[in-house]
Design a protein around this ligand. Structure first.
Ligand code: SF4
Length: 63
């Protein structure tokens, strides 16, 4: 399974990634980002779109 990493020290909780890939990224009850580090291969396009949409480039795709 492919992996994704988010630098939570850089993340500003804008949630664009949540809109792009809602099955991988979500906001918790404190409005902070949570995500699944492992995601299904079928979601690679959505996770790439999430990374592209992040205004602070906090999301890195790992294989
Ligand atoms: S789009 Fe970027 S800054 Fe916004 S919640 Fe996602 S990782 Fe954080």
């Amino acid at each position: 399974m492919p992996h994704v990493s988010v630098d939570l020290d850089v993340c500003e909780d804008h949630a664009q990634c949540v809109f792009a890939a809602p099955t991988v990224f979500r906001m918790n009850d404190d409005d902070r980002l949570e995500y699944d580090a492992e995601y299904d291969e079928d979601l690679r396009f959505d996770v790439q779109a999430a990374a592209d949409s992040c205004p602070v480039q906090a999301i890195k795709l790992l294989d």
